[in-house]
Design a protein around this ligand. Sequence first.
Ligand code: SF4
Length: 273
Amino acid sequence: MTLDSTIEWTDATWNPVRGCTKISPGCKHCYAETFAERFRGVKGHPYEQGFDLRLVPEKVAEPLRWRTPRMIFVNSMSDLFHDAVPDEYIEAVAKVMVAANWHTYQVLTKRSERLRQLLNSRLKFAAEQPHIWWGVSVEDQPYGVPRIADLQAADAAVRFLSIEPLLEDIGKLNLAGINWVIVGGESGPGARPMEKEWVLSLKNQCREASVPFFFKQWGGVRKSAAGRKLNGRTYDEFPRRIQNSVLPSSACFSLATNIEESLKMVALEPCFA
Ligand code: SF4
């Protein structure tokens, strides 16, 4: 777990999976890949294996040991619903989120079909929890927009869209059942530009549909210079957060031990083994 994340819409990150593979144009300048590959081959570093996908079972129970309520971005350095992550591993991550319910979790994926399938079956127990927010990335019309329908078809209590990096005008969206929208431009070397009209259209659609709107950044090669104001103001809106009490330490310890024990034999699916 990393406290004090620099990501504007969360407090902390938790990565029970590390690494990923690219799936759509939004992945082109993946910040997680750039970061992880810097440490490939550095002995003992968490990213010694660069961006290669791997399970990190010793991290799964972390939120149970963290007593201060936080907003936690789940798998900022991976995609929980990647094909190679076994169902039972995703279920264990979901069990931790349900048990450590004094935190708010933000689970974001580009693998929306698998999210829909699992939330409507094996993960139903987690989907219905209001402290777990399930989201899909929407970067363009051909790849991003179809993910929204998958999310809407998932039986989730809280659904959100991360429209970042916004690569084109994505037109009129169906926001039925969507509880939060984040919008942002791409940053870093080679950043693809984002037009103000695209952002304003999304902000206005959120206003019409009464959906909280969070404007993360303009992005660009120098993100801090471009800032995050839209028409002279910031937009930092969130869905309502649920407040639950923190479990006693002894209960957390025993839950964490049981979950860690259940993961001992779980490995990546064969295509990545
Ligand atoms: S899905 Fe996310 S983590 Fe995976 S490569 Fe794409 S941008 Fe990176």
